[in-house]
Design a protein around this ligand. Sequence first.
Ligand SMILES: Cc1cc2nc3c(=O)[nH]c(=O)nc-3n(C[C@H](O)[C@H](O)[C@H](O)COP(=O)(O)OP(=O)(O)OC[C@H]3O[C@@H](n4cnc5c(N)ncnc54)[C@H](O)[C@@H]3O)c2cc1C
Length: 317
Amino acid sequence: MSNVVILADFVGGVASKSTVEIATAGAGIGEVTALVLAPVGQGAQYANSITQGPIAKIIVVESNDFALHGVAAVADVVSQVINEIKPGVVLFVSHAFGKEVAGRVAMKTGSGIITDAVDISPDGTTTQLVFGGSTTVHSKVTSELSIITVRPNTIAANFVEVNPTQEVKSFEVSPSAKKATTTSSLPPVKGGRPELTEANIVVSGGRGTNGDFSVVEAFADSLGAAVGASRAATDAGWYPHSHQVGQTGKTVSPALYVACGISGAIQHRAGMQTSKLIAVINKDPEAPLFELADFGVVGDLFTVLAGATEGIQARKA
Ligand SMILES: Cc1cc2nc3c(=O)[nH]c(=O)nc-3n(C[C@H](O)[C@H](O)[C@H](O)COP(=O)(O)OP(=O)(O)OC[C@H]3O[C@@H](n4cnc5c(N)ncnc54)[C@H](O)[C@@H]3O)c2cc1C
C-alpha cells in the first residue's frame, strides 16, 4: 500500500467529478490525501466542496500565486508537498493543465510519469489506450514516486459521502516559478450545457452541418448533453475551438457520443473512441466512423436530429 496524493480539481471553486474519479483510482492503491490549492481566503470553501469520493485527508495551501503564475507555481508547491509528505503515487486529472503540472512535478522530483491512464491496478500498473485507441498498453513507473494523469470519465467514480480531516499548510512559491505572470484572464463563456470533458453525453457536429449547429444544439439540449465539434467545423469558425474533439482538441469518454456529419478521421477518433457507446449519423454509408459505431443512421443529419429531438421531447412530456 502506497500513500496517494491527488491534486484536487475544481470548476468555479467547487470540486469536480474528476476529483472523485482520481480519488477512486487512488483508493485502489492506498489512502488518499487530496491537495487543495486555493486563492488566499478561499481554502476552506474549496476544501468543503469535497464531500464525495474516497478521500481520507485534505491538505490546503492558499496562495494568490497559483492564479498569477499558473502551472509553474502549482507544480512548485505540489513538489514541495511531495518532498515533505513523501507519497508513493501522485495523481492528476488528464486535462491540459493537469498534464503540464504533472510533467513539471516529474522533472522537479526526478520521478517517472505516465499520462492519460484509463485504469490503474492496485500495484500501480496503468492501462493506456494509444494510437487513437487501437492499442492497449500496460505500463508502470519504476521510480520510487509514480506520477500518473488519469483521463476524465474513464474511472467509475465512487461517490461515497465523506468528511475528510483538513490541515492547512504554508508553502512559498519559489522565485524560479514566478518568471511568467498572467496579465489578464477571462472566464470561459458558460452556457447552460455541461462541461465537454465531464459530460455523460456529447453530441458533436462536423463539416456535414455546413455551419448550422442549431439541430446539434437542440438535440444536445434535449438530452442534457455537451456539444462538441470536429476540427473542420472549428477551423471554419462554425463552433469555438474550445469545443473541438480530437488529437489537437479535447479528449472525451462519455457514456454516449453522437457524431453528426463527421467522417471519422484518425485525429477525430483519437479524442472520442474511448466513449462507452458511439452513435453515428452520416449520409454516406461508407463514412469510416461507422466502423466504430454501436448505432448508426445513414441519413441527412438535419432530418434525423430533428426527428430524434422531437421524439425525446415527446417522451419527456
Ligand atoms: C495534425 C492534425 C491534427 C488534427 N486534429 C484534429 C482534431 O483534433 N479533431 C478533428 O476533428 N480533426 C482533426 N484533424 C482534422 C482531421 O484530419 C479531419 O480533417 C477532420 O476531422 C474532418 O472533419 P469532419 O469529419 O467534420 O469533415 P469531413 O471529413 O469533411 O466529413 C464530413 C462528413 O459529413 C458528412 N455529411 C455531409 N453532409 C451531411 C448531412 N447533411 N448529413 C449527414 N452527414 C453529412 C459527409 O458524408 C462526411 O462524412 C487534424 C488533422 C491534422 C493533420
